[in-house]
Design a protein around this ligand. Structure first.
Ligand code: CMP
Length: 143
């Protein structure tokens, strides 16, 4: 059983798409482990996007990700990291396959609605940035 970090970005929250996006992961059969609405500070943005510091798109990325509330989540399931990224679609909406979240709702790479961890290492790091251990639900599986 794997865990991943997903985050509806400010454009998704502002457009009222939290429920629509969440329902796609629920319908897939993945399990929500933690969730919260929060405003990202520049310091938190730098932690989360550390690998992108110095890239040309980093300053606008920080401006955008700190511009309004985000909805941060942890999900679990078998192969959840790859499955979530498949449901999300490619970073650039033009390359995202039809039926994916970014293909259905996004137009720009900069405003691409949702972030999903790209590896087990990123997932562990990102979950640790946004959530403490006691916020992560331990399910007793009954189904
Ligand atoms: P995300 O998955 O949150 O990770 C980094 C973000 O930077 C990415 O989604 C995009 O929103 C944004 N970004 C902007 N330009 C680029 C680019 N050229 N390559 C990758 N990410 C980009």
């Amino acid at each position: 059983m794997e865990r991943t970090f997903l985050m509806v970005k400010p454009d998704g929250v502002q457009r009222g798409l939290i429920g629509e996006i969440l329902s796609r992961f629920e319908r897939k059969g993945l399990q929500l482990v933690a969730a919260k609405l929060l405003q990202i500070t520049p310091e938190l943005a730098e932690k989360h996007y550390a690998e992108h510091v110095g890239k040309p798109f980093y300053p606008p990325l920080v401006d955008f990700i700190t511009s309004g509330p985000v909805f941060a989540m942890v999900w679990q399931g078998d192969n959840v990291i790859a499955l979530a990224r498949a449901l999300i679609g490619k970073t650039n909406a033009i390359d995202a396959a039809p039926g994916t979240i970014r293909s259905d709702y996004a137009v720009h790479t900069n405003f691409n609605l949702i972030h999903g961890s790209d590896s087990p290492e990123s997932a562990q790091r990102e979950i640790g940035i946004f959530f403490s251990e006691h916020e992560l639900i331990q399910y007793v599986q009954t189904i």
